[in-house]
Write a protein that binds this ligand. Structure first.
Ligand code: FAD
Ligand code: NAP
Ligand code: SF4
Length: 674
């Protein structure tokens, strides 16, 4: 796709020359490990995955990281370019992208002390707090070998048809480790002065240029804000950008925060475009294109950054997992139809971190493009879908897209089910976008929606098949309100039906208990970049980008978050986001009590027993977040009348339910119909 002109996004859709390559627009699909890089037999999946994104209009794609040396791999035998045959089979990937009008760069990533294996290397033998392995300090010979390996790896990428490479110099990986004082304690010509610490990065750029010539793009991903103590100062970041430009890079991409940083940089609660000012500062300094990144997910945000000349391109990875046709939709005036990435990490990063293939909560087809076709069915059916929560919405839209006649019944006045409650949580406002998307898709695909209609078995005789997605209801506990203390189920609190007082006990510390605590704290920090930065101690002018964090203000005098188990609170939360929720609650003074027995509510508050001792929590409100039970009564009734049906989402199983499973099961129920 070339030369797309969209009236609404003139900057986003304008062409650009990046080194030797011509790009039709300003959208870069940023590097993201998908779990399809490591083995040759996965490359056909990777090729289809990227080809579909190129067909969707993405100008430039950057692959997940490939190590130039074996010791630099992220984990044993992870993606690398070490052997002459390493990129054998990659022609499928590059040809797939080129055939669809895109350009693609291979990312070269040496993990340094982030390598999760015993042979890791780094500037100094200092273990990262997120890794159990301590690296060995690299010798001069090993450094020279690594520089040469970058050149060789880039040459192999060129031979495999890549249009260039991105050199990963941020996120706390090897090159970043050499740059920062906190990880580089060397006393040779690679340590000490900034000139010395930058020597390796510049040598790598020169080696790649020497190996591949001028007709090959080199992007350097530069850490614009390390967000660790002992990280680079703003002056050092600026200086490095100038040196990199002089060394011959064609563009600078933005990296924000090391993996070991205690500041969140990409989760939902990070404000959109939170770090575009960092790219803007560099753009003032250099003449090569600068790419902005982090929490850019909709065309309006991207266009604003470009229009304000904060950057020349925008990088998005997860948003293009969520919707491969993101650019096409923006270009054709259909941005409302974009399936927006809600930055939950639940199916992408949380999967990749445990060695699973990346998927997407809002797009269960992501990463499964070869397996799941979009073809229409040969014999359309009349389908009744019961419940317009995530599971029912997914099933209804997927079925209608394939040509089935679909009626969607929802007993309440709006679509969304429990997901509406998720979107009411401060820092999760982004979740509303999924419901806007489904609203648009219901219209676009012609689903007939019956709101305020509780489905009964009597309606089923008009259907060939029923998909039961009636979801869940909060588990009730035998606790009654009294004159002084009110007991509220979480749904009544979050829907605004009832208000909490100033001293609150939250029973149940699962995802919902955590979210309810955030709701009670009430700080809507995600809307205000300055407030959010103060709360996390982000200050771009400070060394490493960090100052002391200001404690979060809470709307409540006291919040107790309680659980019966004795394990750490929030243990079951998302791998890459749970720590953010925990930190936020701790900053706001939420008291987390485990090993609790609930004895009952009286006029003094909530009576509990902990470690054998009885205690009174003097609260005026108790919010129950003790899990859910399935709403599945209709299943037995449908069975009794012999109606064919499929049960999905919370109606099928309330335990371990999340929107990822609900949406995936919606799609799979439709695929199973043939
Ligand atoms: P539901 O969402 O319960 O939807 C069922 C729908 O069916 C409802 O709209 C109901 O009114 C309707 N219905 C029931 N019976 C009938 C009938 N007879 N006729 C017609 N309609 C009927 N998940 C995540 O993945 N990530 C998160 O970060 C996250 N955060 C959350 C935060 C909160 C505060 C809450 C409450 C939930 C959160 N969830 C999250 C969970 C997620 O919302 C649920 O897993 C998901 O909504 C379940 O989808 P479902 O369609 O199975 O059921
Ligand atoms: P949950 O994670 O199963 O937590 C339920 C909590 O209630 C547990 O802490 C449990 O802890 C307690 N509990 C269970 N039965 C109880 C009883 N009879 N009496 C007292 N306490 C009881 O479920 P949830 O918090 O309701 O969340 C539902 C789903 O939504 C989750 O599975 C999650 O995936 C999803 N969600 C996800 C996120 C996210 O950020 N990813 C956020 C919100 C919700 P004890 O047994 O130790 O007391
Ligand atoms: Fe975005 Fe969540 Fe999908 Fe990842 S799983 S791409 S964060 S919506």
């Amino acid at each position: 796709m070339t030369g797309m002109k969209g009236m609404s996004y003139p900057n986003l859709l304008s062409p650009l020359k990046l080194g030797p390559i011509h790009l039709p627009n300003r959208v870069v699909m940023g590097s993201m490990h998908t779990g399809m890089e490591d083995w040759p037999w996965q490359l056909s999946d990777l090729a289809t995955f990227y080809a579909e994104r190129a067909a969707g209009g993405v100008g430039l794609i950057i692959t997940g990281g490939f190590s130039p040396t074996l010791r630099g791999t992220l984990y044993p035998l992870a993606s690398n370019v070490t052997f002459p045959w390493s990129l054998w089979g990659h022609r499928k990937v590059t040809e797939g992208v080129h055939a669809n009008g895109g350009k693609i760069l291979l990312q070269l990533l040496h993990a340094g002390r982030y390598s999760v294996h015993p042979f890791s290397q780094a500037p100094s033998a200092l273990r990262a707090r997120i890794n159990r392995f301590t690296p060995t300090a690299m010798s001069d010979t090993q450094i020279n070998h690594t520089i040469r390996a970058y050149g060789t790896a880039a040459k192999r990428a060129q031979q495999a048809g890549y249009d260039g490479v991105e050199i990963m110099g941020s996120e706390g990986y090897l090159l970043n480790q050499f740059l920062a004082r906190c990880t580089n304690q060397r006393t040779d010509h690679y340590g000490g002065s900034f000139e010395n610490r930058a020597r390796l990065s510049l040598a790598v750029v020169r080696a790649v240029r020497a190996a591949c010539g001028d007709d090959f793009a080199i992007v350097y991903r530069q850490s614009m804000l390390d967000l660790v103590e002992g990280g680079l100062s703003a002056a050092e970041v600026d200086q490095l950008a100038l040196w990199l430009e002089a060394a011959g890079v064609d563009a600078l991409n933005t990296g924000i925060g090391w993996h070991e940083s205690k500041v969140p940089t990409i989760v939902t609660s990070v404000p959109r475009a939170a770090f575009s000012d960092c790219s803007a500062r560099i753009k003032q300094l250099v003449d090569i294109p600068v790419i902005a990144s982090n929490r850019i997910n909709v065309p309006e945000v991207a266009e604003t950054i470009l229009a304000a000349e904060q950057a020349d391109l925008v990088s998005m990875a997860r948003p293009l997992l969520a919707d491969s046709a993101w650019v096409q939709k923006a270009a054709s005036g259909q941005s409302q139809q974009i399936n927006v990435c809600i930055a939950c990490n639940q199916a992408c990063l949380d999967h990749v971190f445990i060695g699973k293939k990346a998927g997407c909560l809002v797009n269960p087809r992501a990463g499964r493009e070869r397996e799941i076709s979009l073809a229409a069915v040969a014999s359309p059916k009349t389908l009744h879908v019961v419940g317009a929560g995530p599971a029912g919405l997914s099933a209804a839209v997927e079925a209608a897209r394939r040509g089935h006649r679909v009626m969607l019944y929802e007993r309440s006045a709006k679509i969304g089910g429990q997901f509406n409650l998720a979107a009411a949580i401060p820092g999760k406002e982004e979740f509303k976008a999924t419901l806007v998307y489904y609203q648009q898709q219901l219209r676009a695909t012609g689903v007939q929606v019956q709101l305020n209609t509780a489905y009964t078995v009597g309606l089923a005789d008009k259907a060939d098949h029923v998909i039961l997605a009636s979801g869940v209801q909060p588990r009730q506990l035998a606790m009654q309100s009294n004159a002084k203390v009110q007991v509220i189920p979480y749904d009544q609190l979050l829907s605004g039906q009832r208000q909490a007082g100033r001293r609150v006990a939250v029973i149940g510390a699962g995802g919902i208990g955590f979210d309810v605590s955030s709701y009670l704290i009430g700080s809507d920090s995600s809307q205000v970049n300055a407030t959010w930065r103060a709360q996390w101690g982000v200050e771009t002018a400070a060394d490493g980008g960090l100052v002391a964090a200001a404690p979060a203000q809470s709307n409540c005098e006291a919040i107790y978050l309680l659980q019966r188990k004795t394990t750490k609170h929030g243990k079951g939360l998302g791998l890459t986001s749970g720590w953010v929720h925990r930190s936020h609650l701790q900053h706001a003074g939420v008291e987390m009590l485990g090993g609790v027995d609930y004895l009952g509510v009286d006029e003094q508050g909530l009576q509990i027993k902990q470690a054998g001792l009885k205690k009174t929590l003097a609260v005026d409100t108790v919010v129950i977040c003790a899990g859910q039970t399935s709403v599945d009564g209709l299943a037995r009734e449908l069975e009794a009348v012999g109606q064919g049906f499929t049960v999905i989402g919370g109606a099928k199983l309330a335990a371990e339910l999340d929107a990822k499973r609900a949406i995936r099961e919606g799609m799979e129920a439709v695929l199973a119909l043939g």
